[in-house]
Design a protein around this ligand. Structure first.
Ligand code: E4P
Length: 219
């Protein structure tokens, strides 16, 4: 399962990219607005840092305008994946952009049937929002597993991107559920590497090493 960052903060992307494990980046209009930067400018900068797909979302609501916006976004960098909302107009735009060879991430997926439709429209990936389903007392990871199972049964090549990831358990659950990609905030990425026993064990190793050096110095 590839690990993506869900952010438009360039400093966070630089930091996690330096670890050598970053598969890609997803953004959305809220994240870009939060960054306080121009849309195209920030997508261009992110694409220059990341060696992988960078999802950039259209804001148009009608298919012709979505297609025009999508083409413009895709022209920014070959790594750009156009993100479209899973509504009827989004399906139409997905079909058209996919036919042109532009990769599409169908977003705001909250049911397996929406994912199936998105796959039929040629989507490169679908983004079920696990955390937002959890927020309304619905098991978001059940949906991720359901979509992964359906795509597997029917040999559908569209990737399952587990989105709206809120904590490390979500990442683990997404991997077990068969998601191809999980996208998460930088905070969750940082939490994945932390373990108190790793810190404790390392301190012990270093202390023992120092002690052995002291001992070697003694006559
Ligand atoms: C995915 O592409 C979305 O940007 C994101 O995962 C939404 O997460 P949220 O529900 O935490 O806002």
């Amino acid at each position: 399962m590839d690990l993506y960052l869900d952010t438009a903060e360039v400093s966070e992307i630089r930091e996690i990219a330096s670890w050598g494990v970053l598969g890609g980046v997803t953004t959305n209009p809220s994240l870009v607005a939060k960054s306080g930067r121009g849309f195209e400018e920030v997508i261009r900068e992110i694409s220059a840092i990341v060696q992988g797909p960078v999802s950039a979302e259209v804001t148009a609501m009608e298919a012709p305008a979505m297609i025009a916006e999508g083409r413009k976004l895709a022209a920014i960098d070959p790594n750009v994946v156009v993100k479209l909302p899973t509504i009827v107009e989004g399906l139409k735009a997905c079909k058209a952009l996919s036919a042109e060879g532009i990769r599409v991430n169908m977003t705001l997926i909250f049911s397996a049937n929406q994912a199936l439709l998105a796959a039929h429209a040629g989507a490169w990936c679908v983004s079920p929002f696990a955390g937002r389903l959890d927020d309304i007392s619905w098991d978001g990871m059940d949906l991720v597993a359901e979509i992964a199972q359906i795509f597997d049964i029917h040999a559908i090549g569209t990737r399952v991107l587990a989105a709206s990831i809120r904590h490390p358990m979500h990442v683990l659950q997404a991997a077990k559920a068969g998601a191809d990609i999980a996208t998460m905030p930088a905070k969750v990425f940082q939490q994945l590497i932390q373990h108190p026993l790793t810190d404790k064990g390392l301190q012990q190793f270093l202390a023992d090493w120092e002690k052995s050096k002291e001992k070697a110095k003694q006559p």
